[in-house]
Write a protein that binds this ligand. Structure first.
Ligand code: GCU
Length: 368
């Protein structure tokens, strides 16, 4: 109750720059690293309250039925088709594709929620398996439809009022519950990813679940890794996204239409909530709608928190030329990042190159 009141008050102030992630609701600042876990929880609470709404309750134990199985191309492993049962009494049924390398595990995992888009064909399976990773891809639209329809978790819990991005983030967590029951899975090395709206919810999933070691939104832009306060002409804005996709968010988020500077956080705050765990955003220079420059700014601002926590190299950004897509090249970038984070491997790619070196610094706070 007290926290909810403080959250509401914080929402009243005008902050023109990217808000200070070290600021506590009582107006004082975090002073030591030991305070970070509590501060992270407060920031998440604020972000969920004003933007996405809560995640659904945990529900019953997630189970999986293997309904199909085939050999992966070139003898690289096997591909399972699994039906997951989650939610109250397992009533929410979600399809999961699970590609597992041959040989002795356990293996690190790339967990993706975009199966419903039907783009993860055998070329993606082959890439993952060759690199020694499990590819686990579930259909987030069975957790909650990509529309205002109240199916999936909304039918299972009629009172549930979180937006789709929260419901989908929950889908990542429940799929992970199942993965962690499998002997093939290395539970300490799980990365979550997704494209665009799928990247927005992957970022939220990673920020809200400490079991996730790497969080990797791709071209996620507005509502994801891009910032709300600073954007160019061609970028999606808070107004545009709330108008077209109100159901992705909590109803309260509409209060910030025309009022973005009263938002008590920006998306660097959500990124910081992943810290000290690893975070990579992959961006396309031609994807102006997704605000690549504003995404660089959230990266730089979040990096202040990572550096303060002593892990500056756990946050990365990678720009490529080209358009809005989540292609093989983006997955290769992610696998390189995971190889570094999970196994300390040396790779030739850098994850700190700025595409907009002259972009202004849009915050004035410094780490404590
Ligand atoms: C729309 C939407 C974006 C979203 C994208 C996608 O363009 O405005 O916010 O990221 O769809 O999911 O592909």
């Amino acid at each position: 109750m007290l926290l909810a009141m403080m959250v509401a008050v914080a929402g009243g102030q005008v902050v023109a720059e990217l808000p200070d992630p070290f600021l506590k609701p009582d107006g004082t600042r975090v002073r030591s690293r030991r305070e970070w876990p509590a501060q992270r929880r407060r920031l998440l609470e604020t972000i969920l309250h004003h933007q996405y709404g809560p995640l659904p309750p945990k529900g019953s134990k997630v189970t999986g039925d293997i309904v199909g199985q085939r050999a992966a191309p070139d003898g690289l492993g096997e591909v399972r088709d699994v039906t997951l049962s989650m939610g109250p009494h397992g009533v929410v049924k979600v399809r999961l594709m699970l590609a597992i390398p041959a040989g002795k595990g356990p293996f690190p995992v790339i967990l993706d929620g975009d199966l419903g888009w039907d783009r993860l064909n055998d070329a993606f399976v082959t890439l993952m398996l060759k690199r020694g990773y499990i590819l686990a891809a579930f259909n987030r639209e069975q957790v909650g439809p990509d529309s205002a329809d109240r199916k999936g978790v909304y039918e299972a819990w009629p009172e549930y009022d979180g937006g789709r991005l929260s419901a989908w983030a929950w889908g990542f967590h429940r799929t992970l519950d199942y993965l962690l029951t499998l002997p093939e899975v290395d539970g300490k090395r799980v990365a979550v990813t997704g494209h665009s709206r799928g990247g927005k919810c992957a970022l939220l999933a990673g920020a809200t679940d400490e079991r996730i070691a790497v969080t990797a939104p791709n071209n996620s832009g507005c509502g994801g890794a891009g910032n709300y306060r600073f954007y160019d002409d061609k970028c999606e804005t808070l107004e545009a996204i709330v108008q077209r996709f109100p159901y992705w968010f909590h109803e309260r988020f509409a209060d910030y239409v025309g009022n973005v500077q009263r938002l008590p956080f920006d998306q660097h705050t959500l990124k910081a909530c992943v810290a000290p765990r690893a975070l990579l955003s992959t961006e396309a220079l031609g994807d102006l709608w997704a605000n690549p420059k504003g995404t660089q700014q959230t990266y730089q601002a979040a990096k202040e928190v990572y550096a303060w926590l002593g892990v500056p190299d756990r946050v990365g950004i990678r720009f490529r030329p080209g358009k809005h897509e989540h292609g093989l090249a983006d997955f290769e970038t992610l696998l390189d990042f995971c190889d570094v984070q999970f196994f300390g491997k040396a790779v030739s790619r850098h994850f700190d190159a700025l595409a907009f070196p002259d972009a202004p610094k849009v915050w004035s706070w410094t780490a404590p």
